[in-house]
Design a protein around this ligand. Structure first.
Ligand code: FAD
Length: 481
């Protein structure tokens, strides 16, 4: 008989959280901690969403999205998760670049970038300072019409090399391009520049295990293999249209609020359905553009083989002569970001080295291939990536025990994100996500949107913002007038 993944689940909760990405888990944790009855439903068999890892024979563990996040993660994890988690966040000090315009190593913070921009790139100190101050001063309420390209043109006209240094890592980190609003660049760039790039020591598996423990200690009812099919709403003469429950595995579970961590478009257009919403809101949602997807190649070294630490932690490589968005996304790959995982990434495990190569990618380059073409394209991706790595680490091919690829279809399969979007939606998604509770009472969205709210830190912080709103409304509704 098929396993009942909802066995013992109650018929009613205060809040149902759909999806266990970092935003979903953070929301569930805060709401559980505040004393609400919370049900967390995840369609996959694992928690974490894109914050994930996988195991392969030979004792190999691969991290999918543990490449780097800003220092702000320490504070967010300490406040909203635990000291235990926050204390395991460490800096990556060796960030490298190599492309036809420059080769350099940096600690990736304001001080070091100022030094590089003034000495290596010959930019006036005053201009550099003004650029940093402008980027840091940007906030959500600023001018949203200026594009990142216009921002760079103002400070560094004609300096494609400078733009590349400043932009390439951010495009990698959140999919934003020169055509997106400058605030999406300024906010994320300044977050990184404050203190550098950090990761979680112990690996994603350790992080998610600690988060699960914390959720359980806050009495969150966690259910995996539970895809939500529909979000139910009811019309009440006093309250208007409001959330009443979710449909999952043939059961209807009642609740007073829903936080969806699933893709914004899927939440609104499929799980809620256009018939329950204002026409204008539906049109706005339909106009939300998804962010791009990614490909990755995971390579594990044979036991006993090593890579020298001088290879760096994060290495931005490109063979393209200039910096262009279409080149970054092209199937004809020129840019690869290598993450090197030394034994220190998982100090509790045996001495193991792994390398993950990541490249931003278009869904359309992968979605419509025949099975044969798809497998051949994946094999080609693995081979060409190892070739590219050989240039930096001669002989690495012979050290590799296992190599395999993930494509936009892989990310779609595991998270249900339309078009395998790696970083949610473009900027306009944020407005739609924020407006959802005004459409349907008790209905919220917390997950990567609007570029700013994506990545590990953005997703966690958005989960915090949304769960605080849910908490306030639930408390207000329960308080007698
Ligand atoms: C290749 C790659 C590399 C990345 N590298 C980095 C990095 O180095 N640093 C960084 O900060 N960020 C990185 N990111 C981005 C980061 O991982 C994400 O922005 C973040 O993890 C997204 O969190 P989220 O809360 O938006 O939800 P997601 O992780 O998108 O999770 C959504 C969850 O909802 C679940 N779900 C969907 N539909 C349903 C349903 N109907 N019912 C139940 N559950 C459902 C999904 O299964 C999933 O678990 C990377 C992303 C990718 C793809």
């Amino acid at each position: 008989m098929a396993k009942d993944f909802l066995k013992g689940a109650a018929d009613e909760y205060d809040v149902v959280v759909i999806g266990s990405g970092l935003a979903g888990m953070t929301s569930a944790n805060i709401l559980g901690r505040a004393g609400h009855r919370v049900l967390l439903l995840e369609q996959h068999y694992k928690l974490g969403g894109l914050a994930t890892w996988f195991l392969r024979p030979g004792g190999h563990t691969f991290d999918v999205s543990l490449h780097g996040f800003p220092h702000g993660m320490i504070k967010s994890c300490r406040r909203y998760w635990s000291r235990d988690i926050a204390d395991r966040i460490v800096q990556l000090k060796n960030i490298r670049f190599d492309n036809p315009q420059f080769s350099l190593t940096t600690t990736f913070n304001r001080e070091d970038f100022t030094k590089l921009l003034t000495t290596k790139f010959g930019i006036e100190l005053g201009t550099v300072n003004e650029f940093f101050d402008t980027a840091r001063g940007m906030n959500f309420y600023d001018d949203q019409a200026t594009t990142t390209r216009q921002l760079f043109d103002r400070f560094f006209p004609g300096r494609d090399d400078v733009v590349r240094l400043l932009m390439e890592p951010i495009t990698y980190a959140n999919g934003s391009t020169l055509e997106d609003p400058a605030i999406t660049y300024g906010i994320v760039f300044s977050n990184f520049m404050s203190k550098g790039v950090f990761i979680y020591e112990g690996g994603t598996d350790d992080l998610v295990a600690r988060m699960k423990k914390e959720l359980e200690s806050n009495s969150v009812d966690i259910r995996i293999n539970c895809p939500v099919e529909e979000i139910e709403v009811a019309d009440s003469p006093i309250q208007g249209t409001r959330v009443s429950g979710v449909k999952v595995r043939g059961r209807s579970i009642k609740c007073r609020a829903v936080v969806s961590n699933a893709n914004l478009r899927t939440t609104v257009l499929k799980m809620l359905g256009p018939e329950k919403l204002d026409k204008k809101f539906v049109e706005e949602t339909e106009a939300v553009r998804l962010n791009n997807s990614s490909t990755q190649v995971y390579m594990a070294l044979k036991p006993g083989e090593e890579i020298d630490e001088s290879s760096g932690d994060l290495f931005f490589t490109s063979t393209a002569k200039e910096f262009r968005t279409d080149l970054l996304l092209s199937r004809d790959i020129t840019s690869r970001t290598f993450s090197f995982y030394y034994p220190r990434t998982r100090p509790h495990k045996k001495e193991r080295y792994a390398i993950v190569s990541s490249t931003n990618a278009n869904w359309s380059d992968w979605a419509n291939l025949s099975e044969e073409e798809y497998e051949a394209s994946k094999a080609d991706l693995v081979e060409t990536t190892i070739d590219a790595l050989e240039k930096y680490i001669p002989g690495v091919r012979n050290k590799i025990d296992r190599a395999e690829a993930a494509t936009p279809k892989t990310f779609h399969h595991y998270t249900q994100h339309e078009m395998g979007a790696s970083f949610g939606t473009k900027f306009e998604g944020l407005g739609v996500s924020r407006a959802l509770p005004q459409q349907i009472k008790g209905m919220y969205h917390a997950g990567s949107v609007g570029i700013i709210m994506s990545g590990w830190l953005g997703a966690i912080n958005y989960g915090v913002i949304v769960s605080n709103e849910v908490d306030q409304n639930l408390v207000a509704e329960s308080t007698p007038v």
